[in-house]
Design a protein around this ligand. Structure first.
Ligand code: 13P
Length: 254
């Protein structure tokens, strides 16, 4: 079955040295291990190498994720990072399609699909984000909206090992607002996502793909989400910026 996953998206927070301190703190908090829970941290690009070194030195029980990637191998793409560059510093996951990248930087479903293919060709696990804005939720069209994103984002993907493709459902109205979706809201959409994945990849594959919830997830509410059949973990923003609160969420998932 699916191992739970708790992933921390630091977004554009923490300088290099602050990132090292946070990773060291997390290594200490989690030194007893994380059981069957897969723990991932996604620092800003310039912090990745420093966090990779902490993971190696401390034998820390968490994996390293980037927050973005470009799909080309190399070349004249100023400001971008290639998948092979992530391999070279030990990042084994990469967030793609976060609503902040879709909203502020114009990332499209087609871009997200290309990024997923490039990452998977480099054996980097995509954490592919989806989620609806408030007006879509209020119109009652959230399930259809997210299902459409999933179909476009996964088009033509070949998933051999379903543990190596992760989806994060993050309703945009719940991100950084303190307004969480209810566990039932999350289950409604995560259940629809799994059904869509089963139509595309077959039930067995769909049953192996982790679907995370994100949006004001914190130590006090994470257990309620994890109780739901199709919610396999959390993608955490604000509460991942302190070692103790993030570790508490990992422990709640164990
Ligand atoms: P918050 O947990 O700060 O709401 O952020 C969620 C998120 O966007 C994680 O990717």
């Amino acid at each position: 079955m699916r191992n739970r996953m708790i992933a921390g998206n630091w977004k554009m927070n923490k300088t290099y040295s602050e990132g090292v301190v946070l990773a060291q703190g997390l290594a200490r908090e989690l030194e007893g291990g994380t059981g069957s829970v897969d723990v991932v941290v996604a620092p800003p690009a310039v912090d990745l190498k420093g966090v990779a070194e902490v993971i190696e030195q401390e034998q820390a029980p968490f994996a390293l994720s980037a927050q973005n990637v470009y799909w080309e191998e190399s070349g004249a793409f100023t400001g971008e990072t290639a998948p092979g560059m992530l391999n070279a510093i030990g990042a084994t996951y990469c967030i793609i399609g976060h609503s902040e990248r879709r909203g502020y930087f114009g990332e499209t479903d087609e871009d997200i699909n290309r990024k997923a293919k490039a990452l998977m060709a480099h054996d980097i696990v995509p954490i592919s984000c989806c989620g609806e804005p408030l007006e879509v939720r209020e119109a009652g069209e959230h399930v259809a909206f997210v299902v459409d994103q999933i179909k476009k984002d996964t088009e033509g993907l070949e998933i051999e090992d379903p543990s190596k493709y992760v989806i994060a459902y993050e309703p945009i109205w719940a991100i950084g607002t303190g307004k969480t979706a209810t566990a039932d809201d999350a289950q409604e959409v995560c259940g629809a996502i799994r059904k869509t994945l089963a139509e595309i990849f077959g039930q067995e594959k769909a049953d192996g793909i982790r679907i995370l919830y994100g949006g004001s997830a914190k130590p006090e509410n994470v257990a309620g989400f994890l109780e739901k059949e199709d919610v396999d973990g959390a993608l955490v923003g604000g509460a991942s910026l302190k070692a103790d609160s993030f570790a508490a969420m990992v422990k709640a998932a164990m």
